[in-house]
Ligand binder design. Structure first.
Ligand code: PS7
Ligand code: MN
Ligand code: MN
Ligand code: MN
Ligand code: MN
Ligand code: MN
Length: 359
């Protein structure tokens, strides 16, 4: 296991880790323990994308200003001294953009092949975010079909996975075969993003943002706002079940992906968020609280998951099996998604049984 040596860091490197800690609860610890070869590249990759996401999330920014910033962020990230102080005062990560010159300074020191990957993904993600921000602005509708929903998840998370996999293979810390199975990488990102979108539904609703696709929620309620009315709680729960089912289909591919990681620090980095995601999926499943407030897994569960996800694939499979079984048990026969959810939980358990037979 690796530990970053703060005594050997320059002031701008220190500043980058400061903004990493400030802007991430879940990624900061695992990034700081990465193999030294990828420590700075992935820390900076995170900060660039966090900066981009802060612009995307800022609902006080006019679309006329937001769109070009998103589309051009891959060039902005190379302009010496660039900073941005126009984010709304309540934007939680505005400080990162106010000091973005430090991130730009450190980016110049990144090895060429790593830098090219970071820049390429930033360009693709920024353009994808801009397309969706424009659509939300002009049509005032948000995501329509499941296909559009998954394309949005591709832009904001599938692409992160693509960049990370390319970095792991470039640095020889993962099996190059992962590059020819980009569908596995895509599932890793889709799974994290979908769980985030299900869990954050209430917070996003308050911000007047909607990521749940109309194709799903329109089966349960006539208007998006109706999903949050206490009188419609059972319908809302059924709707959330379909969202959970849609997310759950990525579980097996995520486990398969993790079998391709060769380095322990990279394994921990990819496995911890995945374990947290399946635990969160169990927490949100058939939980009416998601329509009232923001919910999170407990500190105790998070600690337990950290320990279990830093061993090996077998232990991570045990975690996935445990939560798949919990979801299976909680499944309600009156829910229209009952059979499909039951089948998917069974498939996950079977898949694990084929890689690690119980006797
Ligand atoms: C470069 C580590 C490992 C193959 C900022 C990690 C926001 C869920 O906004 O902060 O608070 O609701 O809870 C991370 C695949 C991306 C996908 C995406 C970059 C896994 C900007 C994570 C993180 C690929 C768009 C953070 C996707 O959630 O969200 C690095 C393999 C950023 C990963 C966003 C979401 C990430 C997210 P919020 P969170
Ligand atoms: Mn966002
Ligand atoms: Mn965000
Ligand atoms: Mn500064
Ligand atoms: Mn979110
Ligand atoms: Mn958030």
């Amino acid at each position: 296991v690796h530990r970053r040596d703060a005594s050997k860091e320059t002031p701008t490197e220190k500043s980058c880790f400061h903004y990493l800690k400030l802007t991430s609860r879940s990624f900061s610890a695992v990034i700081q323990e990465l193999n030294p070869e990828l420590l700075m590249p992935i820390c900076l990759f995170y900060l660039v994308l966090r900066g981009l996401d802060t612009i995307e999330d800022d609902m006080t920014l006019d679309i006329k200003e937001k769109e070009p910033l998103l589309r051009d962020f891959h060039n902005i990230m190379e302009q010496d001294g660039w900073t941005f102080d126009k984010s709304g005062p309540n934007e939680k990560d505005r400080e990162l953009l106010v000091h973005f010159d430090d991130i730009i300074f450190e980016l110049k020191k990144v090895k060429k092949p790593y830098y090219a990957i970071i820049k390429d993904i930033t360009e693709k993600m920024g353009n994808g975010m801009a397309d969706y921000a424009l659509n939300a602005e002009h049509n005032n509708v948000g995501v329509g079909t499941i296909k559009e929903y998954e394309l949005y998840c591709h832009y904001v998370a599938g692409l992160v996975g693509e960049g990370l996999t390319r970095l792991f293979v470039e640095s020889n810390l993962a099996n190059p075969q992962l590059l020819v199975r980009m569908d596995l990488t895509e599932s890793m990102g889709q799974f994290l993003q979908k769980v985030n979108i299900i869990r954050d539904v209430h917070e996003d609703w308050l911000d007047k943002r909607r990521f749940w696709p109309r194709e799903i929620w329109s089966k349960y309620v006539d208007n998006w706002d109706d999903l949050f009315a206490p009188a419609n709680r059972e319908k809302a729960l059924q709707c959330s079940s379909e969202m959970v089912l849609n997310g759950l289909k990525h579980a097996e591919e995520c486990l398969f992906y993790m079998a391709g990681i060769r380095d322990q620090s990279v394994f921990n980095f990819v496995a911890i968020p995945q374990s947290m995601a399946i635990a969160t999926l169990d927490l949100v499943f058939r939980n009416p609280a998601i329509f009232e407030r923001n919910i999170k897994i407990t500190k105790g569960d998070a600690c337990q998951l950290m320990i279990e996800s830093t061993q090996n694939l077998r232990v991570v499979c045990d975690v996935f099996r445990k939560y798949a079984r919990r979801i299976h048990k909680k499944n309600d026969p009156r829910d229209p998604n009952f059979l499909a959810i039951s089948a998917q939980c069974g498939k996950i358990e079977q898949f694990i049984e084929t890689i690690f037979p119980t006797q």
